[in-house]
Ligand binder design. Structure first.
Ligand code: ZN
Length: 146
């Protein structure tokens, strides 16, 4: 598979930057057809990086550093959210348990999916058992101990 290169191109007509797969095409802002010697601001290998580079290219120079920092921070925040910590998971499990403090595989599965956690029900509950937080009360059924 060949690598797809994305280009951030500055329109000679309106000065707006936009993302393109090749140097051919037209400006989505004003419709100017790109000439052969079009100004390529930068090239990137990933479509998600492209979005960021286009936004940066359209930002006045003095504000670019600030914007880049903010975007990188946002990306970091998203990554933390998907990597749910055991503490966060157990707190959510406690809230999801029924009035008797019971948890079932289905409940746990729902919690993990909602949190975007990558651990399996087995992994999470085995760990919870080891830490004395739950007691297995049957097949696919646990009791909260706290
Ligand atoms: Zn344009």
């Amino acid at each position: 598979m060949s690598e797809t290169t994305w280009m951030v191109i500055r329109c000679p007509g309106c000065g707006h930057c936009s993302g393109h797969r090749s140097g051919k095409g037209r400006c989505p802002h004003c419709g100017t057809s790109f000439p052969r010697d079009i100004e390529v601001v930068t090239t990137v290998l990933r479509a998600d990086a492209l979005q960021m580079e286009v936004a940066l290219a359209n930002t006045p120079e003095p504000l670019r550093d600030e914007l880049r920092k903010r975007m990188e921070r946002d990306v970091k925040n998203i990554n933390t959210a998907t990597d749910a910590s055991p503490t966060t998971i157990f707190r959510a499990l406690r809230e999801a348990a029924n009035a008797e403090g019971e948890l079932t595989t289905v409940t746990v599965e729902g919690v993990l999916r909602r949190m975007g956690a990558e651990q399996s029900v087995d992994e999470v509950m085995t760990r919870a058992e080891t830490e004395g937080l739950v007691l297995r009360s049957g097949r696919g059924c646990w009791m909260l101990l706290e």
